[in-house]
Design a protein around this ligand. Structure first.
Ligand code: HEM
Ligand code: HEM
Length: 167
C-alpha cells in the first residue's frame, strides 16, 4: 500500500482510468447503435478493467494535499467517484446476467466464457434485469457528466491543477 503525499495518481491507475473511459464511450455508442456483438465485447472489457481498477486504486492509493473545498463539494465529488467505480461493474454484470435468463451465453472469440445454465431460464426476470441494465447505464451516464463537470470546474474556474493528478 502506497500512501505517499503525491502530485499524481499511480501510473497504472491513470492508464486504467482513461482506458475505461475510452471503452465506456464506445460501449454506449455501440449500445445506442444496436451493434450488440461489439457492445457485449466492449462492455465485458469494461467489467474486467473496472474489477482490476477496484484493487489497484486501493493497492496504490495516494494521499494528496487537501484542496480548498467546501465539505459538501468534497462529499459530492467523493460519492460520484465511488459510485462510478462500482456502477461500471454493476451495469456490465447486469448485461451479462439478463441475457443468461433468456438462455444466452457470454461468448468471447467463439468461446463460451459464461454459460447461460449457471442460472435458470426465466425471460420475465430477464426482461426486468434488462430494464435495470438500461436504467442504471443512464444513471451512470448522468454521474459521469457530473464527474467530468467537476473536473472541468477545477481545471478552468479554480485552476487548481486537479486534472493533472490524473494525466
Ligand atoms: C459499461 C458497460 C455497459 C454499458 C454502459 C451499457 C449500456 C447500454 C446502453 C446505453 C444500451 C442501449 C440502450 C438503449 O437502447 O437506449 C445497452 C443495450 C444493451 N446492452 Fe449494454 N451496456 C454495457 C455492457 C453490456 C454487456 C457486458 C452486455 C452483455 C454481455 C450488454 C448487453 C446489452 C444488450 C443485449 C443490449 C440491448 C438491449 C435491448 O435493447 O434489448 N451490455 N447497453
Ligand atoms: C467512464 C468514465 C469515468 C469513470 C468511471 C471515472 C472514475 C473515476 C474514479 C473512480 C476516480 C477516483 C480514482 C482513485 O481514487 O483512484 C476518478 C478520478 C478522477 N477523474 Fe474520472 N472517471 C471517468 C471519466 C473522467 C473524465 C471524462 C474526466 C475529465 C474530464 C475525469 C477526471 C478525473 C479526475 C481529474 C480525477 C481525479 C480527481 C481527484 O483526485 O479527486 N474522469 N475518476
Amino acid at each position: 500500500m502506497e500512501r505517499i503525499m503525491a502530485q499524481k495518481y499511480h501510473r497504472l491507475n491513470i492508464v486504467l482510468h482513461w482506458l475505461i473511459f475510452i471503452l465506456v464511450v464506445f460501449t454506449y455508442y455501440s449500445g445506442w447503435n444496436k451493434a450488440l456483438p461489439l457492445h457485449r465485447f466492449l462492455g465485458a472489457l469494461v467489467l474486467v478493467f473496472a474489477l482490476i481498477r477496484l484493487f489497484t486504486m486501493h493497492l496504490w492509493r495516494r494521499k494528496f494535499a487537501p484542496l480548498p473545498q467546501k465539505p459538501w463539494e468534497k462529499l459530492v465529488a467523493s460519492l460520484t467517484k465511488i459510485a462510478l467505480a462500482l456502477l461500471f461493474i454493476i451495469v456490465p454484470l447486469l448485461g451479462i446476467v439478463f441475457r443468461m435468463y433468456y438462455g444466452l451465453d457470454l461468448v468471447f472469440f467463439g468461446y463460451v466464457v459464461v454459460p447461460h445454465d449457471w442460472v435458470g431460464y426465466d425471460p420475465t426476470l430477464g426482461n426486468s434485469l434488462r430494464l435495470w441494465h438500461l436504467r442504471i447505464a443512464y444513471f451512470a451516464l448522468f454521474l459521469l457528466a457530473i464527474h467530468a463537470a467537476i473536473a472541468c470546474y477545477h481545471q478552468f474556474v479554480k485552476k487548481d491543477k486537479l486534472l493533472e493528478r490524473m494525466l
